[in-house]
Design a protein around this ligand. Structure first.
Ligand code: ZN
Length: 462
């Protein structure tokens, strides 16, 4: 079905009725093409060709604008370059630094996957990463940049991870049209990270709805929540507290909160191991780009000179650090990736300790169904970790306080602040299909605006 004539067309090529593979194409009447995000889709893991080819000609894309570094938003850019994209990639400076680490990590994961599953195609290597890096132009927040005489881009703070942006495109035709893409939004009141800033006066908004069907149960602050968990797991039970956490963002929020707890004397001194190479790199980037963090973080860094450095913290950087950690038998806290327990060093910690009744596993966030984290939370026992069954005697808990996405009330509040008074239309992307339908009904009901939940490849005339 051909879209009606408008000044541009929007096609949703990824994160359509699912969470990963974020990719949104805008095509203008004069042939100019903007791609917002170019992420890896890992929803259907059994299709080896997923992500290999693009549903458009990469060499016809004029620019890529990237919301943030997470691999489901950025991870297929080197492949786009490999297949002929020759334009610039716009993002913030912290995003550019994080991309270095996350793209390299993505190549390593692809190589491991290819070893496991013979015949898996290679998406890209370090040569394509280098080429992609050479095309990056960094933009500050809140400064309009002219892509062409008619089209400008402005980045807003999305508050999701350090440097994460929402994207506003302003198009001057007979009238001015403003299109916003949220990227991933953050939760209000997060540790370290600023609150999401709505893009005002929009005509169209492409909005994430990861938690569009959820309400955060949070009644207490991250500081109180972590204090109570540490006291129960490490003081009352004298055991170890294992916190699976994503390397970029959540690990730093947890370490920063622990630093505040120790400094205030609210919990006794307990050793903390941070065990994830990517998390350590990301921690350095948080230190380097402090000016992008929230006021509380900036003040703390100004007072103490360091964001994450506290005497209890032990960074596991090499084999000898890892041995020290294994031999440490007093109560301790281990923060390790990956967040949903799929891969990463966390699996070893679980394999070693999930059968220990003195151990507590605190899952800091939502786990997609089917992941090891979700199975653990569902009470599956015994549980299969790295091809071995383990009985679960550890206490398994979950907390929302470090969530990196707003819940449905936060999203409604955000959307309401973005809309123009006249012609406003909302596109909902980046969520689980059933939750997105429910959220779409909620938005129609509460805000009385037209809403679309695009299918992959669906085109709209704007
Ligand atoms: Zn993200």
């Amino acid at each position: 079905m051909r879209p009606e004539k408008g000044i541009m067309k929007y096609t949703c090529w990824g994160a359509a009725r699912q969470v990963t593979g974020s990719m949104h194409l805008l095509e203008f009447e004069n042939g100019y093409k903007i791609l917002m995000d170019c992420g890896l889709d890992y929803e259907k893991n059994d299709d080896p060709d997923l992500n290999l080819n693009f549903p458009f000609e990469p060499n016809e894309i004029d620019v890529v604008i990237l919301s943030h570094a997470h691999i489901d938003h950025s991870g297929n850019i080197p492949n786009l370059v490999k297949q002929g994209f020759e334009g610039h990639i716009f993002c913030t400076e912290p995003t550019a630094y994080l991309l270095d680490k996350l793209w390299a990590d993505s190549v390593n994961i692809q190589n491991l996957d290819r070893k496991k599953r013979n015949g898996m195609p290679k998406l890209y290597g370090f040569a394509e990463i280098k080429k992609a890096q050479d095309r990056i132009i960094t933009l500050p927040f809140y400064k309009k940049f002219e892509l062409s005489p008619e089209i400008s881009v402005e980045l807003y703070e999305a508050g999701h991870i350090i440097g994460a942006a929402s994207i506003v495109l302003e198009i001057k035709d007979k009238k001015t049209t403003r299109i916003g893409f949220t990227g991933d939004l953050g939760n209000y009141g997060s540790k370290l990270i600023v609150d999401p800033k709505p893009m005002e006066n929009l005509d169209y908004l492409i909005c994430e709805a990861t938690y569009g069907n959820r309400s955060h149960k949070v009644q207490i602050s991250p500081l109180e929540e972590l204090k109570s968990q540490v006291i129960q797991a490490c003081v009352n039970k004298a055991g170890r507290l294992i916190i699976p956490a994503f390397s970029v963002g959540r690990t730093q929020a947890i370490l920063f909160t622990l630093k505040q707890l120790f400094e205030s004397g609210e919990v006794p001194s307990i050793r903390v191991f941070a065990d994830s190479p990517l998390a350590l790199a990301s921690t350095n980037i948080h230190n380097k780009f402090r000016s992008y963090l929230n006021e509380e973080a900036k003040m703390s860094a100004a007072e103490t000179g360091e964001l994450f450095d506290f005497k209890e913290l032990h960074l596991v950087q090499d084999e000898s650090d890892a041995q020290d950690m294994e031999l440490y038998h007093d109560s301790c806290i281990i923060v390790s990736s990956a967040g949903m327990l799929e891969g990463g060093r966390i699996q070893q910690h679980l394999q070693d300790h999930v059968s220990n009744p003195l151990c507590t596993v605190l899952i800091a966030g939502f786990c997609t169904p089917g992941t090891l984290g979700a199975k653990l939370l569902d009470g599956i026992n015994p549980i299969r970790i790295k091809n071995q069954d383990r009985y679960v005697y550890a206490k398994v808990l979950q907390t929302d306080v470090f969530s990196a996405h707003p819940d449905k009330d936060g999203l409604l509040r955000y959307i309401e602040s973005c809309k123009s008074d006249s012609n406003f239309k909302l596109f909902i992307v980046h969520g689980e299909e059933s939750g997105m339908e429910a959220f779409s009904e909620l938005v129609k009901d509460k805000l009385n605006i037209p809403v679309e939940v695009p299918r992959k490849g669906q085109t709209f005339s704007l």
